[in-house]
Design a protein around this ligand. Structure first.
Ligand SMILES: C[S@@+](CC[C@H](N)C(=O)[O-])C[C@H]1O[C@@H](n2cnc3c(N)ncnc32)[C@H](O)[C@@H]1O
Length: 237
């Protein structure tokens, strides 16, 4: 639900790694769009998707395709490409294969469930601008979701930014999203800041663990502590 809050009405959406097809079904349920191509490279998830789409009554609206990532597809530039729920390295591999066919300003919505550091570094090195990120807390797990545009212009990103995210929208919190509340976050700003602080704390713990073996993470840990202090003093103001 949080992912689709970024999708403008009537967009053409390509969902790569659709699995159960929850995202395409939610797009139609919420009357956002019914122009959807759902891709998976495995037969079992596609069968699951087909059955869920049938149960929802949306057969004929969602095109299902067995495909390896975006291989063989061409783009007009207007499509919104969603790649969620897999590792950041795999997401970057899928993007890399299709990069020469993307159009300027093509939009991507990405959710790396692991190796997010590697994905953000790759995006910066390959001209994909991270326009905004949002942090989702679901069942005590944190996910960062990235809204990205292809510009072709490389840029620098620090290790801490690659680890924690950049341009994070912290005035919203989709923790308790419900169908009727699409595009309208339920929680207050202070709850959202609490989520952001909890997210930073979780990353700090992760950096702490990694810093025992890798010097880079000592610096990242220190910088996260500074971000937490800054956020807390802003809260007090
Ligand atoms: C964990 S599911 C994520 C489902 C959904 N996108 C989500 O965020 O909840 C990952 C899906 O990606 C699919 N997948 C992995 N690599 C892929 C690739 N190269 N091309 C297409 N689908 C892929 C897997 O088969 C699996 O169904």
């Amino acid at each position: 639900m949080a992912l689709i809050s970024w999708i403008k009405p009537n967009s053409f959406v390509i969902d790569v790694g659709t699995d159960h097809a929850y995202l395409p079904i939610a797009l139609i349920d919420n009357k956002i769009t019914d122009r959807i191509l759902a891709i998976d490279n495995n037969i079992k998830p596609l069968a699951r998707a087909r059955s869920n789409i049938l149960d929802a009554g949306y057969t004929g609206f969602i095109e299902l395709k067995i495909n390896d990532g975006l291989n063989g597809l061409n783009f007009s530039g207007d499509e919104i490409i969603v790649i969620a729920g897999m590792g950041g390295v795999l997401i970057s591999k899928i993007l890399d294969e299709a990069k020469s066919r993307f159009k300027p300003n093509q939009t991507f919505i990405l959710q790396p469930n692991w190796t997010w550091y590697e994905l953000r570094k790759w995006l910066a090195d390959n001209g994909f601008k991270i326009e905004q990120e949002q942090i989702i807390n679901e069942q005590n797990k944190f996910y960062s979701q990235l809204c990205v545009k292809y510009t072709g212009e490389e840029y620098a990103i620090s290790d801490t930014e690659a680890f924690c995210g950049i341009n994070i929208k912290i005035n919203t919190d989709y923790d308790s999203f419900s169908n009727s509340e699409i595009n309208k976050p339920l929680n207050t700003t202070s709850t959202a800041v609490t989520t952001y602080l909890a997210y930073l704390n979780r990353l700090k713990q992760l950096a702490e663990r990694k810093s025992q073996g890798i010097e880079l993470y000592q610096l990242i840990k220190q910088e996260i502590e500074d971000m937490i202090s800054k956020q807390i003093s802003e809260l007090k103001e």
